[in-house]
Design a protein around this ligand. Structure first.
Ligand code: SF4
Length: 304
């Protein structure tokens, strides 16, 4: 039998997380993304199979008892968690029992213009929303959104939510070869993210078998795409392909120039810089030419 709880899993960015699956029995989503890890399924704008709040809370109480050391309770689904009809009530009940633990939701962002979804999400400690597209064409082709969902509505909903929510808001972008890797699409996303000012942007590519025949981009391509975003955006490249990158030699000027254009994490630096360049990086850091900044659990290095 499918389980409501999963994990705990260790995430470097969020800590030890216990997941709640709000749709444990089948995929229920208003998107049918080409890169989805789940089987393709028809889209829907509401859940057909709904589990009760009591059932979820009972499972969570057991989970917390078994794993008292978890940092985060993560709301997710085989599909889209904000389509769960009792989301606000569920979050109220979780908040009554969570103690010091943080709460987080992983949503595809499609319902964020809905006032009841906004009100529910305002009660969470962190919110992570996906945003793969800057245009309706992309939303239709890549995320295969349910009829009636538009990028304009998603973006205005995100801006409205951001104006009320002062806790960490993370935006996730998944880049898929030939679908949303073009400069026109990236420039639309960049323009919007400069208005939204999320706490952090996680940009990655496909790293698990996708539902449809679509291809990832390489780490080098992700890096090149990251340079098309404004340097002031806290963009973090999430990729399992980093280890495949050949480390290169960077002069002092190149290091400063690279980090002025795009802040990098130590993990990025480990992959991109050869040993001599890493030493030069450390010296520049010690000399105050570079500095470290924290962005919601991730350390970035940038030009001082
Ligand atoms: S939003 Fe998530 S669950 Fe829904 S189709 Fe896309 S990847 Fe799959």
């Amino acid at each position: 039998m499918a389980s409501i709880l999963f994990g705990p899993v260790n995430s470097r960015r969020f800590g030890k997380s216990l997941g709640i699956d709000l749709s444990p029995y089948k995929k229920q989503c208003n998107f049918d993304c080409l890169y989805c890890e789940l089987e393709p399924a028809k889209t829907m704008d509401h859940y057909e199979d709904v589990i009760s709040v009591d059932e979820i809370i009972e499972a969570l109480q057991k989970g917390i008892k078994e794993h008292p050391d978890i940092d985060v309770i993560t709301l997710t689904a085989n599909g889209e968690p904000t389509l769960y009809p009792y989301l606000g009530e569920l979050i109220d009940r979780i908040n009554q029992i969570k103690g010091e633990k943080q709460t987080l939701i992983l949503s595809n962002g499609s319902t964020i213009a809905d006032p009841s979804v906004q009100n529910a999400l305002l009660k969470l400690d962190r919110v992570k929303l996906s945003l793969d597209c800057g245009t309706d064409t992309c939303l239709k082709r890549l995320d295969r959104a349910h009829k009636g969902i538009t990028i304009g509505e998603i973006m205005s909903g995100m801006l409205e939510f951001r104006s009320k929510y002062d806790k960490p808001l993370i935006i996730e972008i998944l880049i898929v070869r030939t679908l949303n890797d073009k400069p026109e699409e990236i420039s639309k996303l960049n323009e919007f993210l400069l208005k939204l000012r999320p706490t952090r942007i996680d940009m990655g590519t496909i790293d698990r078998p996708p539902a449809y025949d679509v291809k990832p981009v390489s780490y080098e391509e992700l890096l090149a795409i990251s340079h098309q975003f404004d340097a002031s955006l806290p963009l973090y490249i999430v990729s399992r392909h980093k280890s495949a990158v050949r480390a290169s030699s960077y002069s002092d000027e190149e290091i400063v120039h690279t980090l002025a254009n795009r802040p990098l994490t130590l993990e990025d630096i480990e992959s991109l810089f050869d040993e001599a360049s890493k030493k030069r990086f450390e010296i520049l850091l010690k000399d105050g030419k570079l500095k470290m900044i924290q962005s919601n659990g991730v350390e970035f290095y940038k030009k001082a």
